[in-house]
Design a protein around this ligand. Structure first.
Ligand SMILES: Nc1ncnc2c1ncn2[C@@H]1O[C@H](COP(=O)(O)OP(=O)(O)O)[C@@H](O)[C@H]1O
Ligand SMILES: [Mg+2]
Length: 269
């Protein structure tokens, strides 16, 4: 099948660095080969987006990412009629574009989207692999190359933000979490240029904040925040200032909690 020219800009030209935690790469490849959609579960900042970029590069498919939010409607994904110079023209949304062009469509934080959006992915996520475009009467058949991936953070689960069984049971699920300390230090060092010793100390600090999850902190420091702090340190910012700016102040506004988190970093740096 020929690739829609408009998806070329979504191709990832160079290998994105991704350090696997377990067997998520072969698992994704097998799901892809069998036309089974994939659900990535895990907290924010633990590598889900990077993993998708890496897989898109590996599979040589364009990656169309949509960050879902509470205003996102089915039309935002599928498409709408636009009036251009007095003429009415159909414009594909990102999902329709990915289906037509045989790309990978990654719907990030799917539970944030409005309920009608999860309904449009259902026929795409089962054996039919079709996207009905109600407004044009079209029924798009997804080509072999198309892949649907969604992410979701079970940590924020509430009855409203839960992913329904009728949706989740269509997917192969891959669980993500923060990498173990050794691997996480390696990632932080590699991403920032910071030396291994300091990277390992940041990871230790992260562990302390993660222990505070549920007792004052909504979340501990993610790998993403560690990379930010490490980059600041590598640019010459002192570790305490870097940790405060990239980690403590990012995690909380509560003065008591801030003090506690800053004391933790002071004990290490
Ligand atoms: N396994 C990993 N390999 C390489 N980099 C990683 C990995 N996990 C996390 N990172 C780093 O953490 C950052 C945040 O990860 P990201 O994929 O954006 O998280 P998520 O999508 O889960 O919120 C990345 O930009 C990257 O620097
Ligand atoms: Mg992400």
């Amino acid at each position: 099948m020929s690739i829609d020219i408009h998806l070329d800009e979504y191709l990832i030209p160079e290998e994105p660095y991704y350090a696997p935690q377990e067997d998520e790469i072969p698992l994704f490849e097998a799901a892809y080969a069998n036309n089974i959609p994939v659900l990535l579960k895990g907290p924010t900042g633990c590598g889900k987006t990077r993993f998708m970029e890496h897989m898109a590069w590996r599979l040589k498919r364009p990656l169309v990412t949509v960050s879902c939010h509470d205003d996102l409607t089915a039309s935002d994904l599928v498409g709408r009629y636009l009036i251009v110079g007095g003429e009415t023209r159909w414009a594909d949304g990102p999902l329709a574009r990915a289906v037509r062009g045989g790309g990978i469509c990654y719907l990030d934080e799917i539970v944030e989207a409005r309920k009608d959006t999860t309904v449009v992915i259902h026929p795409l996520a089962d054996d039919r692999r079709v996207l009905p475009i109600e407004k044009t009467g079209e029924l798009l058949q997804a080509p072999e190359e198309f892949c649907l991936a969604i992410s979701y953070n079970p940590g924020y689960q509430s009855v409203l933000k839960d992913l329904k069984q009728s949706t989740r049971q269509r997917f192969v699920s891959i669980e993500f979490d923060y990498p173990d300390a050794e691997l996480e230090s390696e990632i932080v060092a590699k991403e920032s240029g910071l030396d291994d010793k300091m990277a390992a100390r940041l990871v230790k600090f992260a562990g302390m904040t993660r222990n505070l999850k549920g007792s004052g902190l909504e979340e501990g420091a993610s790998t993403r925040l560690l990379v930010h702090a490490a980059k600041l340190m590598h640019s010459g910012i002192s570790p305490r200032v870097a940790c405060r700016g990239a980690i403590s102040e990012t995690l909380t506004d509560d003065p008591e909690m801030l003090k506690a988190v800053n004391e933790l970093s002071a004990s290490l740096f």
